[in-house]
Ligand binder design. Sequence first.
Ligand SMILES: Nc1ncnc2c1ncn2[C@@H]1O[C@H](COP(=O)(O)OP(=O)(O)OP(=O)(O)O)[C@@H](O)[C@H]1O
Length: 548
Amino acid sequence: MPSIRAPAAKKATTLTVAVKCRRFTGREQSRDIVRVIDNKEVLVLDPDLSKDYLDRIQNRTKEKKYCFDHAFGPACTNVDVYKRCISSVISGVVQGLNATVFAYGSTGSGKTYTMVGTRDDPGLMVLSLHTIFNHIKTDKSSDGFEVTCSYLEVYNEVIYDLLEKSSGHLELREDPEQGIVVAGLRCIKVHSADKILELLNLGNSRRKTESTEANATSSRSHAVLEITVKRKQRNKYRNQVMQGKLALVDLAGSERASETHNGGQKLRDGANINRSLLALANCINALGKQQKKGLAYVPYRNSKLTRILKDGLSGNSQTVMVATVSPADSQYHHTVNTLKYADRAKEIKTHIQKNIGTVDTHVSDYQRMIDSLQNEVFRLRKELAAKESQLSLKPAEKAADDMSWLNVLSHEISENVQERINLQKALFELEETNLRNRTELQHLDDAIAKQQVIEKDGAVVEALRARRQVILDNIRDNDEAGVNYQKEIEANEKHRCQLQNMNEEAISDSGNKTYLGILSQYRILAVHVVLLACFRALQLYYTNVGNS
Ligand SMILES: Nc1ncnc2c1ncn2[C@@H]1O[C@H](COP(=O)(O)OP(=O)(O)OP(=O)(O)O)[C@@H](O)[C@H]1O
């Protein structure tokens, strides 16, 4: 399938960081030490009540104050969080932008509650899905939408598909175009928010949770729900597609082994969870410093979680981090630690750009468009004949000047269409070549992985790598050439619009509006039929070449 490429224009943005302090749970008996001021500031009081006035003024207090994009106190619901910092990001997804929302905090601080929620207080995952489908439902354009969803978990550094009953271990692959992808992950087409919610519940029931000292249902895995929204212009032969991706992440809880009193498998789980959360914290640290001091290295490769989140942390994504904290004095160190990382995350920069590109219009789609245009051409031809007999005089005799100007325009439109066909053909050829290149790249990656088991970095591996580089360069060159063809196509279409406008103006100025209007509409539609028939033939040809 031809690629969906992002256009050159990028907009730099920073991570939106929100803090949410949950309310006390029934079993907690602690002092409340977190205050939210002005919807932005978070004050963490010193848990040690014995501090006196002198300690305070001599700065010996452990009281801490932070400022974030948004802060939510215990009385706020998930809907409040959603409205203030998530909903605008979600609207962008329907317009072809990528977004990542993740909850970060210690065990029992309210991450799952925030992301998944309850029946009475639905979480950010549920609210986002409803917004996406509402946008699609109320969209005024004639665009077609396709929504797909995948749900995975990273448990003990192994990736599982939560939408598969008995999922095997899945591997991460680096795709030159799509970045990090999880090979073999199921992507299900969905037509309503309810269907995704059903899948979400199913996935959640398969998620690994345990009762720990700190949380009765502690998530032992990191879960990533990914929703892709493809928006395709209907009835247009310029097959523009926009694709927005939304990643909603519920991280596992971090904890100190000494606090949880876990042993055996639970202790091992905890070590792995902490390993990936540490890797995430290290990435946040490095990215935060990178903005301030220009340091380059970010250790994404240290865990599966950070590789999966790479785009959300530094790539093409509008990202929101919701740091969750408990109000309890017993959680002071966790709270301050979470807020410290949240504070660093404010420095992280990402960029956003619309994912716009071209995709196949299926042969059947072209046929459908041709059929409907041909019906229209047929209707106009009949109307034209009726008008000619009404006029009794031949229009060429009646409006010779108008006709000759219209003929010139008509000729120019035909030339423009011919140019468009040639450009499309060149683009198809390029995309076909890159399709073959990508297949070879995949084979080379497999071969390199196999060969490395036999001899690490030997001569064969070197040769395979050299070939891989050549193919990668070819892909890049072809993609660049493709972008130029796209620009020429855009210019060509703009010119055709101008010609059609001139045509309409000429008709509206003439004394024979009705007849010339029908005549020119008839000619333009006939030209479109030729164009579509040509695209259909090209599509058929390349589909057959691809299959053989
Ligand atoms: N805003 C809230 N209002 C009421 N109860 C909450 C709120 N946030 C969290 N809780 C409750 O606190 C407890 C812990 O929350 P939750 O399971 O979401 O934490 P977590 O951070 O996901 O923990 P873990 O990392 O161990 O999975 C749950 O009983 C949950 O119902």
